[in-house]
Design a protein around this ligand. Structure first.
Ligand code: SAM
Length: 210
């Protein structure tokens, strides 16, 4: 399968619903974010190993999360779990040159590789930070959007705190049966919506699994 075939499949399956998400996925070269020996599989709709027991998320999951978050140009977005850097690059396309993507990764080797890749591909507006993203990243808070690409035991409080009023947070919750939860902050009100079952690696950290 090539990139265009994959994008058409994701449109037909309902994962891609907007022109903006379609354009972002068409633009980012996923083959640059997977290990050399897996390049032939870059446009198969599946997660792939990236080393250190971690994976690059499946394209349908990146599309689904991007649509649910409704990321607009100029937004400041926090990603927890940089992994390969692929999803961060898609988000960088969505926020555009006036926006900012901050991505936190707990494994320094993955963070370093992702940062080098993103720089090489011209995504200079992505800031990669090494640390425990279950606590968010306070120095650049608050954020318009926050998403987590690993499953937490419950919705991390720190992430809700670091959302702007009107902001949205997307986080998989659970150990085995995980559900993708969309959290909206409206003044003092926190609205939580269940977006269905998913499968992610665990979020390891203070507000994650220990
Ligand atoms: N978004 C990634 C991509 O596009 O390749 C996929 C991420 S992978 C499914 C999940 C990542 O979350 C792993 O790289 C893992 O090391 C990281 N992770 C797990 N717990 C974390 C934490 N507390 N803080 C930051 N990163 C964490």
């Amino acid at each position: 399968m090539d990139k265009v075939e994959l994008i058409n499949k994701l449109i037909n399956e309902g994962y891609i619903r907007s022109e903006r998400v379609k354009k972002a996925l068409l633009k980012v070269p996923r083959e640059e974010f997977v290990p050399e020996h897996l390049k032939d599989y870059a446009y198969i709709d599946s997660p792939l190993e990236i080393g250190y027991g971690q994976t690059i998320s499946a394209p349908h999951m990146v599309a689904l999360m991007s649509e649910l978050l409704d990321i607009k140009p100029g937004m400041k977005v926090l990603e927890i779990g940089t992994g390969s850097g692929y999803h961060a690059a898609v988000t960088a396309e969505l926020v555009g040159k006036d926006g900012l993507v901050v991505s936190v990764e707990r494994i320094p080797e993955l963070a370093k590789k992702a940062e080098e890749r993103l720089k090489k591909l011209g995504y200079d507006d992505v800031i990669v930070v090494v640390g425990d993203g279950s606590l968010g990243y306070k120095p650049l808070a608050p954020y318009d959007r926050i998403y987590v690409t690993a499953a937490a035991p419950k919705i991390p409080k720190s992430l809700i705190e670091q959302l702007k009023d009107g902001g949205k947070l997307l986080v998989p919750v659970g150990r085995y049966m995980q559900k993708l939860m969309l959290v909206e902050k409206k003044g003092d009100e926190i609205i939580v919506k269940d977006c269905g079952y998913v499968s992610f690696v665990p979020l390891i950290g203070e507000e994650g699994f220990r």
